[in-house]
Design a protein around this ligand. Structure first.
Ligand code: FE2
Length: 348
C-alpha cells in the first residue's frame, strides 16, 4: 500500500493519501485548501490518479481542499450523510464502504466532536478525525458537539478495535504522528474516566477559546459544492421537475453515474443505463459504450447521480469528448425524490 501522512503546520492538520499501487487510483482524507498544490504534485510524482476525497467532518479550523481537488482532478467528494456542507458528490453512513482500486475503507459513524464526525477503518489502521486524537479527544462544545455521544463513539466503537490498530488522527499539536488503540486506552488522559458522566463533566470544563479560523472556515466549508448554475445557463441542466416529465421519452437516454452500492441502497430511475462515473471518460470516447449507444439511438444523454456533482462533471467531460448536448439532472436523485419522482429498485 502507498500511504502518505501530510502535515499543514498552520492548522496542525494531518491529511492522508492512500493507494494500493503506483499508477493506480488514490484517495485523500482531510485535505487542506492551502496544500492542494502539494498534494497534486505528490500525486503526479507517485503516478496516482485521485478518484476520491473524503472529509472526516466539517472542519472549523481550516478550509477543506475538497472543492479545489474536485475542480483540479474531477475526483468524487465524500462526507457523512449528516453533513451541512452544501453539496458533496457522495454521502456515506455507518456500515458503508468507500472503495477505490485495491483498497476499501469501512465507514464508522463516530459523532461527538461534531454531529457529522466519521472514522474510517482500513486493514491495520483507523483514521479517527477529531473524535480520538493522540492523548486527547476533539472538543465537543460547538457544531452540535456532544460529549455523551463522543464517549459512546470512543468507548463503544473505537476502543473495541484490536489494541494494535494504528490511530491516525486529523490533528496533532505536539508533534506526535501515530498511536495505537491500546496505547490510547491506557495513556490518553481524557479516557481515564470512570463513567460517561465523568467524561461529560471533564469536557464541559475545558474552557477552550474558539479556533482562530472558525468564522472563516465553517461558512467556507459549507459551500464546497460545484456550482451547477453554469450548466443551467447553457441549457444543459434539467430541474428535477423537468426531468420527471422526460421519464419514458424515447429521445432521452438516462444515465446513472453512481456506484452499484448506491443504486442498491437508494434505487434508480426506470430505464436508466448504468455507467459508473470513474470510467466516464472512456465511455464517452469514440468506441466507448455511451458514445456508441448515443450514436446508434440518436438519444440525448441525461446524466444523473446522487446530488448533481458527478453528473455536472460528466456533462463537462461529454462536451470535451464532442457530445455538446448531453445534460444532467440538477441536484441528482436527491432532488428527484424531493420533487416526488418515481424510483425503481436498483440492481447492484
Ligand atoms: Fe474538527
Amino acid at each position: 500500500m502507498i500511504f502518505r501522512q501530510l502535515f499543514d503546520s498552520v492548522s496542525g492538520t494531518y491529511s492522508y493519501v492512500l493507494a494500493s499501487r503506483t499508477g493506480g487510483e488514490a484517495l485523500i482524507i482531510d485535505p487542506v485548501l492551502e496544500k492542494v498544490d502539494r498534494y497534486c504534485q505528490l500525486l503526479r510524482e507517485l503516478d496516482l490518479k485521485l478518484v476520491k476525497a473524503v472529509d472526516t467532518h466539517l472542519h472549523a479550523d481550516h478550509v477543506t481542499g475538497l472543492g479545489a481537488l474536485r475542480d483540479r482532478t474531477h475526483c468524487v467528494t465524500i462526507m457523512g450523510e449528516q453533513t451541512k456542507a452544501d453539496v458533496v458528490a457522495m454521502r456515506v453512513a455507518d456500515g458503508d464502504r468507500i472503495g477505490i482500486e485495491g483498497l476499501s475503507l469501512d465507514v464508522m459513524y463516530t459523532p461527538g466532536h461534531t454531529d457529522d464526525s466519521y472514522s474510517f477503518l482500513t486493514g491495520d489502521r483507523v483514521f479517527t478525525g477529531d473524535t480520538l486524537l493522540i492523548r486527547g479527544t476533539g472538543r465537543t462544545d460547538f457544531q452540535n458537539g456532544d460529549a455523551r455521544a463522543q464517549y459512546d463513539s470512543i468507548f463503544n466503537r473505537l476502543l473495541r478495535l484490536p489494541d494494535e490498530t494504528l490511530v491516525y488522527p486529523a490533528h496533532d499539536y505536539k508533534g506526535d504522528t501515530v498511536s495505537t488503540i491500546g496505547e490510547e486506552r491506557r495513556y490518553n488522559p481524557r479516557l481515564q474516566v470512570r463513567s460517561v458522566d465523568d467524561y461529560v463533566s471533564l469536557m464541559a470544563n475545558l474552557k477552550l477559546p474558539n479556533p482562530k479560523m472558525m468564522d472563516v472556515a465553517v461558512p467556507a466549508n459549507m459551500r464546497v459544492g460545484l456550482h451547477q448554475e453554469e450548466l443551467a445557463k447553457q441549457g444543459l441542466s434539467l430541474s428535477a421537475r423537468q426531468a420527471i416529465e422526460c421519464l419514458g421519452r424515447p429521445d432521452v437516454l438516462l444515465v446513472d453515474l453512481r456506484e452499484a452500492s448506491e443504486r442498491a441502497k437508494h434505487g434508480t430511475l426506470s430505464g436508466a443505463l448504468h455507467a459508473p462515473y470513474p470510467a466516464i471518460e472512456d465511455s464517452l470516447r469514440p468506441g466507448g459504450m455511451l458514445r456508441e449507444v448515443a450514436a446508434a439511438t440518436g438519444r440525448r444523454i441525461v446524466f444523473f447521480c446522487a446530488y448533481g456533482e458527478r453528473s455536472a462533471m460528466a456533462v463537462n467531460a461529454a462536451q470535451e469528448a464532442g457530445l455538446a448536448n448531453a445534460a444532467h439532472i440538477e441536484g441528482g436523485l436527491d432532488a428527484w425524490k424531493k420533487a416526488g419522482g418515481p424510483v425503481v429498485a436498483g440492481l447492484a
